[in-house]
Write a protein that binds this ligand. Structure first.
Ligand SMILES: [Ca+2]
Ligand SMILES: [Ca+2]
Length: 461
């Protein structure tokens, strides 16, 4: 009996997964095609011309284009897939979202999609909606995959807004914005990896304060335990690496940043939320504008008006960990007391070690503060005191001018890091050796012997 029931269940599943193909030729509406579709159908966008509509999808279907252009999409059901399309158009009003991933849109797949925001004021790129209940709720879109997606030409708002749980963002290229936040992030356990974020251009008259990544709490949305790894973030004018604050909302913290390359970013990383980890990142030519430390781990005071619930108090970056990072030429380059991390007095459960700091080969001011003692306030953040860190010298990059930060065989950073179970592989996805190297790349002799730019030759017969 059980066997028969399983058999029938399998039949039903396989039928529902097949669905029908519905073609949408030039001049017809995707919305009309969708009205006649059922869950499991595939909607094929045949035209290269603009489908000038906001497609509001309440069915579990797949949209497949061949470079088709569509003005806007809104996903409002689970199991929606969108592939091979270009989104966006001119004439969108401020506050518009080009691609909304709405409540309940779990298991969405967005793949090979290009979004051009056209430098229109306050037009969002991809926008995951947060839950109705706060700080978390089951309706926030979760278990989605966004990969091979380009978002460009944003202005005065956020290009990628993340919410929900266990979503994966991979192989993104988010670039060219005027006073944009590349990412605002809410929800839990989201992963951002192998992506390139570049070219924030500053426009004086625009309001938004640019950041690579931000969360803030005053919307009462929690933001916990995200992983940001193996990304490159570069060329940010008048913007920060991050602005991580919580408005005293307790459900914010636990971010992990590892194997990222932060290069040529005008301002610092500001963090006053707890338990944020920074492992094996590279910070190069960051915060040359404010000229202070790159990682500013501190506190923030809130009033009745600014906290999420009207209480008065202070949030702290307690539990911060800063390990195996490269700090090369940051902050005031003429000063020996800025350009790595600063941990404010009053923080507790801090851990910092095995970092490398150097200013064109010169060491910074050294100290003897016992940095790895839990509950010990860092009473002098202007001295570098990692017990197993490296202060001064040249990192031995393969090509500094060309921004190739792989290590050469004589690099002083090889085997000078400490093992971390959190860090999976290096920036290239290569396995880490038992003794970690400092920075995003693990040196590999075999990689050196591999011929670069190898091309397969095809012989005519
Ligand atoms: Ca911002
Ligand atoms: Ca090693």
């Amino acid at each position: 009996m059980n066997r028969i029931r399983i058999f029938f269940a399998a039949i039903i599943l396989s039928f529902s997964a097949i669905g029908a193909d519905i073609n949408v030729p030039n001049g017809q509406s995707i919305g009309d095609a969708l009205a006649g579709a059922v869950d499991g159908d595939r909607i094929i966008l045949e035209s290269q011309a603009l489908y000038d509509e906001r497609v509001r999808c309440i069915k579990s279907v797949e949209f497949v284009g061949n470079g088709a252009r569509v003005s806007q999409f809104s996903f409002e059901a689970p199991n929606i897939t969108l592939k091979n399309a270009k989104l966006g158009k001119n004439g969108l009003t401020p506050g518009s979202q080009v691609l909304t991933v709405g409540r309940g849109a779990h298991n969405s797949v967005i793949e090979n999609v290009q979004i051009d925001l056209g430098f229109q004021d306050v037009v969002f790129g991809i926008y995951f909606r947060t839950s109705q209940d706060k700080p978390f709720g089951d309706d926030a879109p979760s278990n989605c995959i966004v990969r091979n997606v380009e978002i460009k030409n944003g202005r005065a708002t956020t290009m990628l807004t993340i919410a929900g749980d266990n979503n994966v963002f991979r192989d993104l290229w988010i670039h060219d914005g005027q006073n944009i936040d590349f990412i605002r992030i809410f929800g839990r356990n989201n992963l951002i990896e192998n992506s390139l974020f570049e070219n924030q251009m500053y426009v004086a008259e625009l309001g938004n304060h640019p950041d690579f990544i931000q969360t803030f709490g005053d919307n009462s949305d929690g933001s916990l335990d995200h992983i940001i790894r193996n990304n490159v973030i570069r060329h940010i004018r008048q913007g920060q690496i991050c602005q991580l604050t919580n408005a005293l909302l307790p459900q914010i913290g636990g971010f992990v940043f590892y194997n990222n390359i932060f290069y040529d970013i005008d301002l610092q990383a500001s963090c006053s939320i707890p338990n944020v980890k920074w492992f094996n990142n590279l910070f190069s030519n960051c915060n040359l504008v404010n000229q202070g430390h790159v990682l500013a781990l501190g506190s923030r005071d809130y009033t009745e008006a600014t906290s999420y619930d009207g209480t008065i108090g202070t949030s702290y970056a307690h539990g911060a960990q800063v390990v195996n990072n490269i700090f090369w030429n940051n902050g005031n380059l003429d000063s020996d007391n800025a350009g790595w991390y600063g941990m404010e007095a009053g923080l507790n459960n801090l851990f910092a070690n095995n970092n490398f700091v150097s200013k064109n080969g010169n060491p910074v001011r050294a100290g003897t503060v016992h940095v790895n003692d839990p509950n010990y306030g860092f009473n002098d953040t202007f001295r570098f005191s990692d017990p197993n860190g490296i202060n001064g010298g040249f990192p031995g990059f393969r090509d500094l001018g060309g921004h190739d930060f792989h290590l050469t065989p004589t690099s002083i950073l090889i085997d000078r890091g400490i093992f971390s179970a959190i860090v999976e592989g290096d920036h290239d996805g290569k396995a880490r050796m038992n003794q970690f190297d400092i920075g995003p790349y693990e040196f590999s002799a075999s990689l050196l012997n591999k011929p670069f730019n190898l091309q397969l030759l095809r012989y005519n017969q």
